[in-house]
Design a protein. Sequence first.
Length: 548
Amino acid sequence: MATEHPGDAHKRSPSHVEDIHHPSKVSHGDTALALLAAGGELESAEPIELKELVRKIDWIILPFLSVCYAFYYIDKTTLSYAAIFGIKEDLKLTGEQYSWLSSVFYFGFLVWALPTNFLLQRFPVGKYLGVNIFLWGFFLMLQAVAKNFTQLAVLRVISGAAEACSDPAFMLITSMWYTRREQPIRIGIWYTANGAGIALGGLLGYGIGQINGALASWKYEFLIIGALCAFWGILITIFLPDSPVNARTFSSRERRLTIERLRDNQTGVENKTLKPTQVLEALLDWKVWVFLLLGLSGNIPNGGISNFGTLIIQGFGFSTLVTTLMQIPYGAFTSLMIIIAVFINDRLPPNNRCLTAIFFLLPNLAGSFGLAFLPATNQVGRLICYYLTGSYNASFVLILSILTGNIAGHTKKVVTNAMIFLGVCAGNIAGPFFYRSEQAPRYTLGIWSMVVSNFIEIALIVAVRLAIRNRDRVAKTQYRSTKKTERLCITASQRMLSDLDQEGGLEVVSLGTSVEGDEEFRSYDYRFQLGEHESMDGMFNNVNPGLW
């Protein structure tokens, strides 16, 4: 059913029109749109009811993601602990081979990043995430039986592929359940578990180091951590809801209210149809490539610190077991920085995420300069500087929230998530190679790689802020210049619950008839092109601008 909007005769005709009041006529729509279309009138609720609903969502979603993210980081640091427990000597690993073992994990991650993101769209998110968590725990356990570099490298590649879905899945889940305003805090909460994972990894490492069994300590590291990961994967598969549409622990009203809360996100909830036009749109969108570069520059430091952190601390003169405990303050500081960052961002006026992200890179820069210039005799000062390098995690949390707040369309979100984590993989692959064994324990080149990466990251964040702010201004000017009846009106009740496409400029979803004064006109959800390739995704500026 195609309906011409008043004043649209001079415009290109819509490429696609759907009537959401007749669910059978909705094709390629968001799952949330289909649910609401089938249920009649949208639910209304008092603020207290919505507050209780958000609390329920928090208790159901965040514990699963947080514990999973803690294991996600612990898993990555098992090789680092295995190094101080003697794996290099037992398997006769050279310094270069150890760096390769740190990096090959991300080759598996890199190769499987795009396929796993498309599988995330095709399969239930909770189930797919849970199965992959179980698999990464299983393959981590198998690393305990590796007898040489080759066997261990193959197992780490497979483990990396299994973990490739984790960050994208967490971001999709967050965007499916929370408003744009709520997303930075929730991303911060589950990302804070990164620091908890560092601290917990230190405690587990200390406990494992006390085991006097028949196996080498590094084998217990792989077996125990892997078993815990696999167990948590089983729990997620069983209990984590796949989306608000089919959450079993929610009543029908709660599911509808959960979806209604998200209409101002203007990014859709979930769509199982892969849309080639949104794939192309993502690949032609400069923002997507900037996010890839942010993933790269933000994770070169992570690739080094996560694999060489224990060796850096041991170089300060600590024993093996004390070194494991010295990671606990680092994890606590990382968590504290993330909590402070999302709290400050929540209290600041809108559109300060980029500035806050830059601010929390400054301690990392200070710590890197300290590690580069403080003398080896100043052990306490160098240890404090090492702890300061944990602040980069807080900046990356805010970068992820900028991504989720400015990319619309489920397929486009999937592609963008894949792209930023391609950058994450590349950064983590490159990072360990800056830490040359002949430069131990100061690792001068590795420390300077953090400094350079941080400055590049700051420049990219500034570019994102300026570009999105300028896009908002242009769009608002264009909107205000149109005639009142030409502004394709977005109804308050159902705007942006559909997952919209972009074929030839404009896709329209009919939402019914609206009356303003004496004029009767159709109401529409819409997206349109600002430039040759730049869509107005998530930017219906009469309703909700971009976030920067």
